[in-house]
Design a protein around this ligand. Structure first.
Ligand code: BMP
Length: 214
């Protein structure tokens, strides 16, 4: 539809054909798709290339290893055609730096806070994680769209792109997350489990254009 599309579609599904169909159908109304281990492990890594024919693909690999291994994972994701990659940052400056170094043209998003119950351990360190990620030169952050206080804190610390999960199935509201500082919202189940995913995306896009305050 337009470059103002703000939905990143989380494809945590295992059916390769359905994934391709969904992406083809939704591509013009979303910003990107996000692929995670359930899809990669069931459909195989070639799905990244398949989907990148329709839209941008963000590999949600939550990279969290020593710098050397992080570098290998990053190079492979780039070779498979990913537009972006999600890495953890709690592993430290050297580890996240290696992802940035090996990413070349890929955008690196660093997880600085999470959306699930029990994520307080990582969330209370969000400011340190933002600081090392900024220093490493990441493109943007992952911060929770269902936790306004933490999301606003991350937004106050940086002007970089923030992508926010936790919308719908995890209780967050799409427009509220954008108003709290997210640039894009990550949504999975409430779209792909709905009876009409395209109509659901169109409804969310309308809610966003009606309710975003700039
Ligand atoms: P759903 O809308 O179905 O809850 O999906 C959210 C997606 O965002 C999942 O792919 C999940 O792995 C991811 N995610 C999350 O839910 N919370 C986080 O803090 C970080 C994530 O990447």
């Amino acid at each position: 539809m337009s470059s103002s599309n703000k939905i990143i579609m989380a494809l945590d599904i295992e059916d390769k054909d359905r994934t391709i169909d969904l992406t083809r159908t939704l591509a013009k109304d979303i910003f990107a798709v996000k692929v995670n281990w359930p899809l990669i492990l069931s459909a195989g890594p070639g799905i990244i290339k398949d989907l990148s024919g329709f839209t941008k693909v963000i590999c949600d690999f939550k990279v969290a290893d020593i710098p050397y291994t992080n570098g290998l994972i990053t190079e492979l994701a780039e070779r498979l055609g990913a537009w972006g990659i999600i890495s953890h940052s709690f592993t430290g400056f050297e580890s996240i730096s290696e992802v940035v170094k090996k990413a070349c043209n890929m955008k690196v998003f660093s997880v600085v806070a999470m959306s699930h119950p029990g994520s307080d351990m990582i969330n209370r360190n969000a400011d340190r994680l933002v600081e090392i990620s900024e220093r490493a030169g990441v493109y943007g952050f992952v911060a929770p769209g269902n936790n306004p206080e933490t999301l606003r804190k991350v937004r106050a610390m940086s002007e970089k792109i923030i992508i926010s999960p936790g919308i719908g199935a995890q209780g967050g509201d799409a427009a509220a997350a954008i108003n709290d500082g997210a640039d894009y919202i990550i949504i999975g189940r409430s779209i792909y489990e709905s009876s009409d995913p395209l109509a659901t995306v169109e409804t969310i896009n309308k809610q966003l254009s009606d309710n975003i305050k700039y």
